[in-house]
Design a protein around this ligand. Structure first.
Ligand code: OAD
Length: 246
């Protein structure tokens, strides 16, 4: 039998702890361009490896810094959509019952009112030191530039996102794994399920007995192990699923 949105609403109502894993699709209706979509104009000529690795940054810091400035500028017009807001409202109404894990770096879940979002791939809106900061780096504000740098030792600031080949932040990944281990229902929203270890969280949830629900207009790699696949855009589906029972 095909499981529909009303069955999933019942599962949400029954669940003791819901884990939610989101990807780029949850922000599609906010107009946030994906990495690929943002590669317009002069950026189209570059391979992602030339824009999103530590080696690329060390070789061409100005180019990579400018790429992230371009993506940050595209974000300034984006607002949380009805999907982000529905998740935040549910979490507020049910403290401790929903854990939100995202692969997105756009900060829209946090801006929708979920500051405790576990951001597996970092934050586009923040930066950090490229090399471990020395006393001089901490002692003064970074010197303006593209990129900003420590005026004394030259250490560079870098975007606080996870680049290809880098480990996920241990604190966010550990918190996500704990949430998944404890959940009895997992919603996987707007992610193609191709990037690990994030996609592995859905497998882990399913293996420990949680129900797994995919919310995505398109088929994904994870559909075959899911208990239900709702083929709808998330900004329409999530408000329906998460609105209160009367
Ligand atoms: P993808 O771009 O791989 O997949 C986006 C998914 O969203 C696709 O499956 C679409 O069908 C779906 N989608 C599109 N519109 C949607 C909508 N309105 N509602 C719901 N779903 C919709 O993005 P991610 O799975 O997030 O990594 O990719 C994961 C990671 O790969 C990203 O975080 C990034 C990328 O390389 C890093 O930057 C490390």
């Amino acid at each position: 039998m095909e499981m529909g949105r009303d069955t999933v609403r019942v599962w949400i109502n029954e669940a003791r702890h819901v884990a939610v894993l989101t990807g780029a699709g949850v922000s599609a209706e906010s107009g946030v361009p994906t990495f690929r979509d943002a590669q317009t104009g002069l950026w189209a000529q570059f391979d992602p490896q030339e824009l999103a690795t530590e080696a690329a940054y060390r070789a061409h810091p100005e180019r990579v810094w400018d790429w992230y400035a371009h993506r940050r500028a595209m974000l300034t017009k984006a607002e949380p959509n009805a999907g982000h807001l529905a998740l935040a409202a549910f979490a507020r109404r049910h403290p401790g019952r929903l854990s939100l894990i995202t692969q997105n770096v756009d900060g829209l879940h946090q801006r929708a009112g979920q500051p405790d979002t576990m951001a597996l791939h970092g934050a586009l809106g923040a930066d950090r030191w490229l090399d471990a900061p020395r006393a001089c780096c901490e002692a003064q504000a970074p010197q303006d530039g593209r990129p900003p740098a420590c005026a004394t030792c030259g250490n560079l600031r870098r975007p606080a996102v996870v680049w290809f080949g880098e480990n996920l932040p241990a604190d966010a990944l550990g918190a996500a794994e704990s949430a998944v281990a404890d959940c009895d229902l997992m919603l996987v929203v707007g992610t193609s399920g191709q990037v690990y270890p994030a996609a592995g969280l859905a497998l882990a949830a399913q293996q420990q007995g949680a129900r797994l629900v995919m919310i995505n207009p398109e088929p994904t790699e994870l559909d075959s192990i899911a208990d239900a696949c709702l083929r709808e855009p998330s900004a329409r589906c999530l408000p329906y699923l998460l609105k209160e029972f009367l």
